[in-house]
Design a protein. Structure first.
Length: 280
């Protein structure tokens, strides 16, 4: 995606009221079952901007989760379940017919919760660099780095060297905008959401699901590594796994074509080809 296209991403956002919460999303028109792409902690819909060209022709819905990007923070509840209820409201508001949820990191937790709490609305899952339980210790660089943040957060803060670490071929304009949007979140909000991520344990939730699921993990993920990915696969009754070599926590930034191909193959396996009433 070019620098100009990155500059114009925010202007593509639409707003919708979901249960009294002003929620932003980007929609790309297309055919077939819709894909609802759910970003990770401190990201926005922009997180999928490098992936979208490789999913050309498909209908894509990319929201900003509450408290992220242009979406309101609401009642200051930031459990995966709270984000999941927002997603369910968005699905109903936009009249999406059983979309496949593609969740990255925190977004993977949210996708799992959405399938568990609102299963009739969900057509399938892709969990990208996700986890059932974060297991992030108090002395982890993520925790200590977030604790050290102070407002206003600079988009060039050294913490982004860790937080947005990826291969050198990821476009710099994209990373600069991602850091700019993350920096717009108050430091207290970073800490509040991180606390809920660290508390979450979706092990039992996952064991109740019978939703066809694809788990994608970066082979070099410093946050949710192989043990987290295998725990997901073992807990989910209908799961398959794709390991992306040479990638860290953001395979959709580092290998977007490969990730898009895996998602497209999962759509075919899930047999989500039944056209919903009214073409929605």
């Amino acid at each position: 995606m070019t620098s100009a296209e990155q500059e114009g991403w925010a202007a593509r956002k639409r707003m919708v009221d979901v249960g009294g919460l002003a929620m932003a999303y980007v929609e790309i028109a297309g055919d077939g079952p819709p894909l609802l792409l759910v970003h990770g902690f401190t990201d926005t819909s922009r997180s999928f901007s490098l992936l979208t060209p490789h999913l050309a022709g498909r209908r894509l819905i990319m929201p900003d989760l509450r408290g992220h990007g242009a979406s309101q923070a609401g009642t200051s509840r930031f459990r995966p379940a709270d984000f999941a209820d927002d997603l369910a409201g968005l699905i109903e508001k936009l009249q999406l017919y059983r979309p496949m949820l593609v969740g990255h990191s925190l977004g993977a937790m949210v996708a799992l919760e959405t399938a568990a709490r609102h299963g009739g609305l969900v057509g399938g899952l892709v969990l990208l660099a996700g986890a059932l339980k974060a297991d992030i210790a108090a002395d982890h660089p993520m925790v200590t780095g977030v604790e050290a943040l102070r407002d206003p957060i600079s988009p060039t803060h050294p913490f982004y060297d860790f937080w947005h670490a990826c291969r050198p071929d990821v476009p710099r304009p994209f990373l600069a905008k991602a850091a700019q949007e993350a920096s717009a979140m108050p430091a207290a909000l970073w800490r509040a959401i991180l606390e809920q991520i660290r508390r979450a344990d979706l092990t039992q939730t996952a064991r109740t699901l019978r939703t066809r699921t694809l788990v994608i993990g970066g082979a070099c993920d410093p946050l949710f590594g192989d043990a987290h990915q295998q725990a997901l696969v073992q807990a989910l009754a209908e799961a398959s796994f794709v390991r992306v070599e040479g990638c860290g926590h953001n395979p959709h930034w580092e290998e977007p074509a490969l990730v898009a191909a895996a998602i497209t193959a999962q759509l075919s396996r899930a047999a989500l080809q039944l056209a919903p009433p009214g073409g929605r």
